[in-house]
Design a protein around this ligand. Structure first.
Ligand code: 13P
Length: 250
């Protein structure tokens, strides 16, 4: 059985003060939830204080990106050991906004994921097609290719521990959630791709999230799907009550 993983990607929202207010609201609302991995991904400035506030609580912290080198002349980037130092457990890599606005490539996504993993941080690798690719009908092949390139070089037992997030670009921030069937179709295809590349054990164990306009009204239907093991939430993760209801599939 795969443990569900529900992560909130704050994107470039929340100052430290706002983030702390959100966290303080969230802690009591999800107290006692044990059967779900709960993750919040604040901006870089808030990572250290949010992580220390959540120490010993049932909420883990993820970064929104991570660099592939351990250190060096890479202005503006953050290395995996630096995240590890402050207690960060996850790192989103290859988010479509990074690919779209900051020129991140499949190769770079793979390098970031491998560096995170090597430092003991679980990468949440994002994949997903644009509206044009969806309409062309080639989205399954497109997403499978992104998965193959992002997971290049991992051993099967390592691949089993990754988290993949299927985030169709046309559903992000648009209010247009994929239907439960659309989410399941691609998440199942991602699992088949992992099985083909790394074997049945890895395919069975790897956790696959859906992301894109997830809200309280859609969480239950998504979580009922056999290949959807969790969600990556944007907008609805900025409100403690909404995010707590999503965490509890309410
Ligand atoms: P929204 O939930 O705001 O559509 O964002 C989804 C997302 O990109 C999470 O990483």
């Amino acid at each position: 059985m795969r443990k569900p993983i529900i992560a909130g990607n704050w994107k470039m929202h929340n100052t430290i003060a706002e983030g702390m207010k959100l966290i303080r609201g969230l802690i009591p609302l999800v107290k006692g939830v044990k059967d779900v991995d709960i993750v919040v991904c604040p901006t870089a400035t808030a990572l250290a204080v949010v992580t220390s506030t959540l120490r010993g609580k049932n909420i883990q912290v993820g970064a929104q990106n991570v660099h592939w080198e351990k250190d060096g002349a890479y202005t503006g980037e953050i290395a995996a050991p630096m995240l590890k130092e402050i207690g960060v457990k996850y790192a989103i890599v290859g988010h479509s906004e990074r690919r779209q606005y900051f020129g991140e490539t499949d190769e770079g996504v793979n390098k970031r994921a491998r560096a995170a993993f090597a430092a003991g941080i679980t990468p949440i690798i994002c994949v997903g097609e644009s509206l044009a690719t969806r309409e062309k009908g080639t989205y399954l092949r497109f997403v499978a290719r992104q998965v193959r390139l992002a997971t290049n070089g991992f051993q099967p037992e390592e691949a089993a521990k990754l988290v993949l997030a299927y985030e169709p670009v046309w559903a992000i921030g648009t209010g247009k959630t994929a239907t439960f069937e659309q989410a399941e179709e691609v998440c199942a295809h991602i699992r088949q791709t992992i099985t083909r590349l790394f074997g049945a054990a890895a395919g069975d164990k790897i956790r696959i999230q859906y992301g894109g306009s997830v809200k309280t009204a859609t969480i239950r239907g998504l979580m009922e799907k056999p290949d959807v093991d969790g969600v990556l939430v944007g907008g609805a993760a900025l409100k403690a009550v909404d995010f707590s209801q999503i965490v509890k599939f309410q």
